[in-house]
Design a protein around this ligand. Structure first.
Ligand code: ADP
Ligand code: ADP
Length: 232
């Protein structure tokens, strides 16, 4: 079954029509890149998938959690948070905690995972993103690129079925963009299902199965990346 299904999703912020008749299916293992101009609704779309934004028309099924218009319950949000990972432009790490504590706090308090299991997962995913040696540091001691890799590891610790990325490299200094993109690319290589908002078209070309182009709240084109980048 698809990991994400959006049918006829419409969303308004007040009178502003932010999402128009969105139809989207994400299959297991699929990597979808969403691109389009600033203000076209990309962020709103991924935040809708994560139930961070309510919508006024349509139906949404995320990892088997079905949600109708204006009926997002606390239970649905909790269920989705356990199955869906999200990486934002801002890293949102807890500044007073170590890297390791940042990774274990979610699974222990929100996910019903034992401390020992949370610790094992944390070490595993820190190694996975190449930051095992930074486990006892505080976020402020790390570079922006390292902090974003910690944020990715933190999401992986919840064992998500799909990970949403909302411009994960947009706030990084240019020399740190590649380390984060490489981490994401290796996740893609392992079959992770990913929905990614990014302006990094080289990355999209290498990694995306499909690119979705949005404008004014609509999906105006869906195609393999070659169709966008090799067009005359
Ligand atoms: P993108 O991610 O493509 O830059 P967004 O999804 O952030 O676009 O925003 C789409 C449109 O919705 C923009 O015009 C933005 O100003 C508007 N918008 C986003 N969030 C809100 C909000 N909380 N309240 C009102 N308008 C919003
Ligand atoms: P991004 O480019 O990452 O989508 P934005 O700068 O568009 O970020 O938005 C940052 C935050 O401000 C989001 O939470 C968004 O919902 C909110 N926001 C954006 N536009 C508006 C708006 N016109 N009115 C109120 N909130 C908004």
């Amino acid at each position: 079954a698809p990991v994400v299904q959006m049918h006829g999703i419409n969303k308004w912020y007040g009178r502003y029509h932010a999402l128009r008749d969105i139809e989207l299916q994400v299959q297991p293992g699929e990597r979808i890149v969403i691109c389009g101009p600033s203000g076209s609704g990309k962020s709103t779309l991924v935040r809708t998938v994560n139930l961070l934004e309510p919508f006024q028309q349509g139906r949404l099924d995320v990892c088997g959690v079905e949600v109708g218009a204006d009926e997002i319950t606390r239970a649905a949000r909790l269920a989705v948070n356990r199955r869906v990972g999200m990486v934002f432009q801002q890293f949102n790490l807890f500044p007073h905690m170590t890297v390791l504590q940042n990774l274990t706090v979610g699974p222990v308090w929100g996910g019903g995972v034992s401390r020992r299991e949370a610790h094992e997962r944390a070490m595993h995913y820190l190694e996975r993103v190449g930051l095992l040696d930074q486990a006892d540091k505080h976020p402020a001691q790390l570079s922006g690129g390292q902090q974003q890799r910690v944020a990715i590891a933190r999401t992986l610790c919840t064992r998500p079925q799909v990970v949403l990325f909302d411009e994960p490299t947009a706030s990084l200094d240019p020399e740190m963009v590649n380390e984060v993109l490489q981490t994401m690319e290796s996740l893609a290589g392992e079959g992770m299902t990913m929905l990614i908002v990014t302006h990094e078209m080289g990355f999209a070309r290498r990694v995306a199965d499909r690119v979705i182009f949005m404008d004014q709240g609509q999906v105006i084109e869906t195609a393999p990346p070659q169709a966008f980048f090799d067009a005359p």
